[in-house]
Design a protein around this ligand. Structure first.
Ligand code: NAP
Length: 314
């Protein structure tokens, strides 16, 4: 007979792995699905210095490896498969994948979100080597160095202000001459003596051999380009990209309620409006997207899924 899991978790970032650990430890039959790589966004982070308890050797991959080991120790199964369709109504949910259909009594959506890229030469190759999408994670590495921040929304300006605690100078480069960010945030950023602004411009190319050493900017009004290289005494500089995020909600767009930006709306128990379907981590509406909040979401979602599945049996 076809196996019906108590819970299938879609996504194997910190939210999915934490959900897997909690669900399996509660003796639920648990399957974690991952599309291509384990660990989600942190698998590309060199140092995770802000996850409580991670002090030494806490690279993204090492933290992920420990999370996987722990979830598997409690009996969580993992499978590499791409989900192509979800049938979430009814008591038995069907997860259609490229490896066949899977069945579960409850589902935890933990597919995450990905930062929007600038899509310029050098960006991919130098990600983690001077190009970053997370100030909380990486700003400290740029202590006393020069940093360029791309974007004009709340995130770009707020993160730029945070980065000034470390960097010697932060230049915000925005593609227009008016910010999308809230006025109060713009006002605060313009008063910051360490922040400079370049308007109507964007990156044409990120320059560097092994580490970011410079950036080529283009002025969109004049078409002029300018290469800015790191101070020779520093040798390197930082590039932070905050041009929005893309939640991985394509599969559930027509199934669960999303906010204007495409994130899943849940209640405090991580429940979507579909009974037995929960969401955890970066994919849902929340104020702080970090490993620590993702793992907390995963734990809550798994405990609630357990209660839901137990109630089905009554
Ligand atoms: P956002 O509001 O979508 O802003 C993205 C910024 O990036 C915009 O300035 C946009 O330029 C620019 N951009 C987009 N694509 C680009 C590209 N390909 N190249 C260059 N620039 C590009 O994203 P966000 O700042 O991450 O904020 C997301 C949401 O979280 C917003 O609703 C925001 O209000 C909220 N948030 C709130 C707070 C707070 O309240 N304290 C803090 C952080 C975030 P244009 O302006 O020209 O479109």
């Amino acid at each position: 007979m076809e196996k019906i899991y108590d819970v299938i978790i879609i996504g194997s970032g910190p939210a999915g792995l934490s959900a897997g650990l909690y669900a399996a430890r509660a003796k639920m039959s648990t399957l974690i699905l991952e599309k291509d790589k384990t660990g989600g966004q942190i698998s590309g982070t060199e140092e995770v210095a802000n996850y409580p308890g991670s002090i030494k050797d806490a690279t993204g991959p090492s933290l992920v490896a420990r999370m996987v080991e722990q979830a598997e120790e409690f009996g969580a199964e993992r499978m590499r498969a791409e989900v192509t369709e979800l049938k979430l109504d009814g008591t038995i949910k069907t997860i259609v994948t490229n490896k066949g259909d899977l069945k579960a009594k409850s589902v935890i959506l933990a597919m995450g979100a990905r930062p929007r890229l600038l899509k310029v030469p050098g960006e991919k190759e130098l990600t983690g080597k001077g190009v970053s999408y997370c100030a909380t994670c990486d700003a400290e590495f740029f202590t006393d160095l020069e940093v360029f921040v791309f974007g004009g929304g709340d995130t770009a300006l707020e993160e730029a202000m945070f980065i000034t605690k470390f960097a010697k100078k932060v230049t915000i480069v925005h593609r227009r001459d008016a910010f999308r960010a809230a006025k109060s945030i713009v006002e605060k950023a313009t008063k910051n003596p360490k922040i400079e602004f370049i308007y109507n411009s964007g990156a044409k190319r990120i320059v560097g051999e092994g580490m970011v050493q410079g950036v080529e900017l283009e002025n969109y009004l004049t078409g002029e380009t300018k290469e800015i290289m790191a101070d020779p005494n520093d040798g390197l500089m930082g590039i932070f990209v905050f041009v929005g995020y893309i939640p991985e909600t394509g599969l559930v767009r027509d199934l669960v309620k999303l906010d204007q930006s495409g994130y899943i709306i849940t209640d405090a128990q991580m429940l979507t409006e579909i009974p037995g379907v929960f969401a955890a981590g970066d994919i849902r509406v929340k104020s702080l997207r970090q490993v620590v909040t993702a793992t907390a979401d995963g734990a809550i979602a798994a405990v609630q899924a357990e209660k839901y599945v137990d109630a089905l049996a009554d």
